[in-house]
Design a binder for this molecule. Structure first.
Ligand code: C2E
Ligand code: CA
Ligand code: CA
Length: 432
């Protein structure tokens, strides 16, 4: 589905949607006004006139039934158009009870709405004489209309509850702003992928004994037009929430494998490239097959690719992750457990899953000098990893002191600002 611009303009008399249309967008009015009506032939029942901050078109987007009304701009109007797939993701991520309530509310709303339109349709346009049948139809219409207005009033009251204090419109400034931001970000991550706006930086990983670069970690970056670079913490959580991490993850894997291929052709020594995998990528049933295909298509030696998986990912879904990790290992790629020590640090993960490398989190490395316990933990982790046949990468080495300590404990490899931050490909090559 092609995304409309999140901020969309409608001229006077232009339709946002018509009765019977498919629900492709919900709208929040930024400026202007919209008439919502139900029409039969040339008769029209105006249901509401909506203005700045009001929401419309959410029903058909939520329950996937056709639009029950027609929405027309009655003056030049600007709206935020929220796409149906964005709303689907939000609903799917909600608590099951909330999802159930939402469905029930929608069913009741549809029921009331169909009674309202039924009564309206039952009224003949020539029923001008106050006959008994017209009188009863009119009173039924009034009663249903009263229910409808009462529901709108309740919605309005709910939106003015303490949580929304100070926001006197149906959707207040804050909500408007955060929705706009969220829709914009999703749209921009999607178009950034289409336009190839992301890039990878590579942080060298060194053998601590001789300080030679033996590989690197691929870290995603998102430069904007002004040259400012967004770090993963600014967009990875959003990409995970919206499911776009799956496509972004494949882009990253392909880019990193292609880079490894270039390195292998240009330099004799085999350098490995580490790729971070996010938990959400494991929701994709084809993850392992697709990663294997990417490694094959890019012609990379599988053993020179290392996938980093965090401890938190294993904690959240040990069974699924375990199964996928076994299959990932069968492709020949190496596996590292990342950020070790930040989760529950269950040592059972270490022999339960087929890891080749343990990455000690920066928080331990940086507190080693001040905190005797961190020091002891690092020492034990290194010994344990070696006993289990894993090598160790210490993350976030920033000082000579930290390097010395790690060397004393026989840490194999390390990365950190002391050596180099993550850099673009050309700069990385200069470091070799
Ligand atoms: P991470 O996997 O633990 O990556 C290491 C992070 O520590 C990187 O931050 C790196 O720049 C930073 N770092 C390295 N050495 C030092 C140091 O000496 N001192 C300090 N203060 N920091 C250091 P970055 O690139 O901002 O990435 C943050 C996190 O975002 C990563 O943590 C990883 O969880 C995630 N991420 C980065 N790239 C990707 C990616 O391609 N895919 C996925 N799924 N996640 C990614
Ligand atoms: Ca990592
Ligand atoms: Ca890490």
């Amino acid at each position: 589905m092609k995304l409309k611009d999140f901020s969309t303009y409608f001229d006077t008399n232009e339709f946002l949607f018509k009765e019977g249309d498919e629900g492709d967008f919900a709208y929040i009015i930024e400026t202007g006004s919209v008439e919502v009506s139900h029409q039969r032939g040339d008769r029209k029942l105006i249901l509401s006139n909506l203005g700045e901050g009001d929401v419309l078109g959410e029903g058909a987007v939520i329950d996937k039934l056709p639009r029950t009304a027609t929405a027309r701009a009655i003056e030049p109007t600007r709206v935020i158009a929220i796409p149906v797939d964005y709303i689907d993701q939000k609903i799917n991520a909600a608590d099951p009870t909330v999802r159930l309530f939402l469905r029930l509310i929608m069913e009741r709303y549809r029921d009331m709405y169909s009674r309202l339109t039924h009564v309206f349709e039952g009224m003949s346009p020539f029923d001008t004489e106050p006959t008994e049948s017209l009188a009863s139809t009119t009173s039924e219409l009034k009663s249903v209309m009263a229910q409808y207005l009462d529901m709108q009033q309740r919605i309005s009251t709910a939106m003015n509850m303490p949580a929304y204090k100070g926001e006197n419109k149906v959707v207040g400034e804050q909500t408007l702003l955060s929705t706009k931001l969220s829709v914009t970000e999703q749209k921009s991550i999607k178009s950034a992928l289409q336009n190839d706006e992301f890039c990878l930086h590579y942080q060298p990983i060194l053998d601590l004994e001789n300080e030679k670069i033996i590989g690197c970690e691929a870290l995603v970056r998102w430069p904007d037009q002004s040259g400012k670079i967004a770090l993963p913490s600014e967009f990875i959580p959003r990409a995970e929430m919206t499911g776009l991490i799956i496509d972004l993850g494949y882009w990253i894997a392909r880019e990193a494998c292609t880079f490894q291929g270039r390195l292998a052709r240009q330099f004799r020594q085999p350098l490995f490239v580490s790729i971070n995998l996010s938990g959400k990528q494991f929701d994709d049933k084809n993850l392992i097959d697709s990663l294997a295909d990417i490694m094959d298509e890019t012609g990379v030696v599988h053993e020179q690719i290392k996938f980093e998986i965090t401890e938190t990912l294993l904690m959240e879904n040990p069974k699924l992750a375990g199964n996928s990790l076994e299959r990932l290992k069968e492709t020949g790629a190496k596996l590292a457990i990342d950020d070790f020590g930040t989760g529950y640090s269950s040592f059972s993960y270490l022999h339960q899953f087929p890891f080749d490398t343990l990455k000690i989190d920066r928080s331990f490395v940086s507190t080693m000098s001040r905190n005797e316990k961190s020091h002891e933990i690092v020492k034990s982790l290194i010994n344990l990893s070696h006993d289990l046949g894993m090598d160790v990468v210490a993350e976030g080495i920033e000082s000579n002191y930290e390097l010395d300590m790690l060397l004393q404990h026989r840490t194999d490899f390390g990365q950190g600002f002391y050596f180099s931050k993550a850099v673009a490909e050309e700069e990385f090559i200069k470091l070799l």
